[in-house]
Write a protein that binds this ligand. Structure first.
Ligand code: AMP
Length: 423
C-alpha cells in the first residue's frame, strides 16, 4: 500500500514525499483511515512504529478539510504527552507534515518560561501539544481556552499514568467539549489504561501493531556480571575494545548520570548527561548533538530518555539496572529499530541481581551471563563462580551465543520472544 492510496490531501502527500516516505507503516495504514472518518481510536503501539504520523496526518487532513474556523484563536486539537521531549517531537511532526498547510501548532511544557508560550497562544494555535502540568498552569492563568477542542490525543498514555498524571488528565478532559474525537496511544494495555479508555472512547477502532521492526531486526540482550565499584572501568574497557560510536547509557539517578558522563569525558569519550535537572535548552541541544553523532555517549535517566526517537541507535547500556522492570523494556526499545540490529548490555552488580531477575521474569527470558576477564564479580559475594579464578586475561568478551530477541512489542510480559529460554 502507498500513502497516495489513503485519500490524504495533496499538501500532506507532498510533505510526506519530502520526508522520503512512500509506504505507510502498519499503524498508519490502519489509523489514518479510521481517524479521517472521525472515529475514536485505541492503539497499542510504541515509539518506533510511526504512530506520530499515524495521528498527525489524518488530524491535519481533517482540520484542513473541514469548515475553516481559523479566525478563532482557540486550539482545535489537543495532544497530551508525558514529557517535554515528546512534546517537542510531536509538534515537530505536526510542523513537518503540515508545512504546506496554514495550520499553527505549539508545544507547551514546563521547565521553560511561560510568557513566550502565552504570547504564542494569543497569536492563535490550531494544534496544541502539551504536558499536563503546564497545560493546567495555562488553564489556571486563563491563557488557554480548551472549549474549542475537536480532537483529543493521549499519546503514551501508559507513561502518563506511570508518571502520576491521571488526575491532571481527568481535570483537563473535564474542560473539553463533550462532542469530540478521542485518540489514545499506549505501549501497554494495562487494566488502568483499559479503565481510562473505557470512560473516554466511544466505540473506538482498536489497533494493535507490532513495532516497525521485523524479526530480522533484532536486539541482542546480554548481562555482564561485575562489581559495582568496577563498573566505571568496565565501561571504559568496553568502549576501548568494541569501538562504540553512539551509545545510550542509562543511569538510575541524575547525580549518577552526571558523574558517569564526567568520567567518560575525562577518558576522552565525548559524552553528556540528559536528565530533568538540565534546562530545557540544554536537553534539546544535547539530544541533537547525540543524534548528529557529535557525542559518542549519552548518559540518561529513565524519565529523560522517554520518547527519545533515534533511528538506528546501535547500543543501549544499562549501567545501572532499573528497579522498575518495565523501565528495562522501554530502555531496550530504544535500539533495534529501523532495520538496524541493536545490542543491549546490562552491567549487573550483586545488589542488582534481584532486579535483573524481576526483569527476566517480566520478559520471560533467561538472559545470557557474561563475565569480562579482569572485571569478574568478587567471589565472596558471588553465589556461583562464573569464571575460574586464574582464567587468562582476554580483551574480548567471553560467552555463549547471545540470546536474540525481537524488540518488545508492547512492553508487557505477554510477549513471545524467540531465541531465549522461556520460563
Ligand atoms: P514514531 O513511532 O512516531 O516515533 O516514528 C518513528 C520514526 O519513524 C520517526 O523517525 C518517523 O520519522 C519515521 N517514520 C514515520 N512514518 C514512516 C514511514 N511511513 N516510513 C518510514 N519512516 C517513517
Amino acid at each position: 500500500m502507498l500513502f497516495t492510496e489513503l485519500g490524504l490531501r495533496a499538501e500532506l502527500l507532498r510533505a510526506i514525499g519530502e520526508q522520503g516516505y512512500d509506504t505507510p507503516t502498519p499503524i498508519q495504514q490502519k489509523a489514518i483511515p479510521a481517524v479521517m472518518t472521525g472515529r475514536d481510536l485505541m492503539a497499542t503501539a510504541q515509539t518506533g512504529t510511526g504512530k506520530t504520523a499515524g495521528f498527525t496526518l489524518p488530524i491535519l487532513h481533517r482540520l484542513a478539510s473541514g469548515p475553516n474556523t481559523r479566525t478563532s484563536r482557540r486550539p482545535r486539537v489537543l495532544v497530551l504527552v508525558p514529557t517535554r521531549e515528546l512534546a517537542i517531537q510531536v509538534e515537530e511532526s505536526v510542523r513537518t507534515y503540515g508545512k504546506h498547510l496554514s495550520i499553527n501548532s505549539l508545544a507547551v511544557f514546563g521547565g521553560v518560561g511561560i510568557n513566550p508560550q502565552i504570547a504564542s497562544l494569543r497569536r492563535g494555535v490550531d494544534i496544541l501539544v502539551a504536558t499536563p502540568g503546564r497545560l493546567l498552569d495555562h488553564v489556571q492563568q486563563r491563557t488557554v481556552d480548551l472549549g474549542g477542542i475537536e480532537i483529543l490525543v493521549l499519546d503514551e498514555a501508559d507513561r502518563m499514568l506511570d508518571m502520576g498524571f491521571i488526575r491532571d488528565i481527568r481535570r483537563i478532559i473535564a474542560l473539553l467539549p463533550k462532542q469530540r474525537q478521542n485518540l489514545m496511544f499506549s505501549a501497554t494495555f494495562s487494566p488502568d489504561i483499559r479503565e481510562l479508555a473505557g470512560g473516554l472512547l466511544h466505540q473506538p477502532v482498536s489497533i494493535d501493531v507490532a513495532p516497525r521492526n521485523t524479526p530480522a531486526e533484532l536486539v541482542t540482550q546480554r548481562v555482564i556480571e561485575t562489581n559495582r565499584e568496577q563498573k566505571k572501568d568496565l565501561l571504559l574497557h568496553l568502549f576501548e575494545t568494541r569501538g562504540w560510536h553512539q551509545v545510550l547509557i542509562f543511569a538510575r539517578t541524575k547525580h549518577g548520570a552526571d558523574a558517569l558522563s564526567r568520567h567518560l569525558e575525562k577518558a576522552g569519550i565525548k559524552s553528556a548527561a540528559l536528565h530533568g535537572n538540565k534546562s530545557q535548552g540544554a536537553r534539546t541541544r544535547t539530544l541533537s548533538e547525540f543524534k548528529d553523532g557529535k557525542l559518542v555517549a549519552l548518559v540518561a535517566t529513565d524519565i529523560a530518555a522517554r520518547g527519545i526517537d533515534i533511528d538506528s541507535l546501535p547500543y543501549v547500556i544499562n549501567y545501572e539496572i532499573p528497579n522498575i522492570a518495565e523501565d528495562y523494556v522501554h530502555r531496550i526499545g530504544r535500539t533495534g529499530r529501523a532495520g538496524i540490529e541493536g545490542e543491549a548490555l546490562s552491567l549487573v552488580s550483586h545488589d542488582e541481581r534481584a532486579f535483573m531477575r524481576d526483569i527476566e521474569k517480566l520478559i520471560k527470558l533467561d538472559l545470557e551471563r557474561l563475565v569480562i576477564p579482569g572485571f569478574e564479580p568478587s567471589a565472596h559475594a558471588a553465589p556461583r563462580p562464573v569464571q575460574p579464578p586464574r582464567a587468562p586475561r582476554r580483551p574480548q568478551m567471553q560467552g555463549k551465543t547471545p540470546n536474540r530477541i525481537s524488540p518488545p512489542k508492547t512492553g508487557g510480559p505477554q510477549l513471545h520472544r524467540s531465541g531465549g529460554r522461556h520460563r
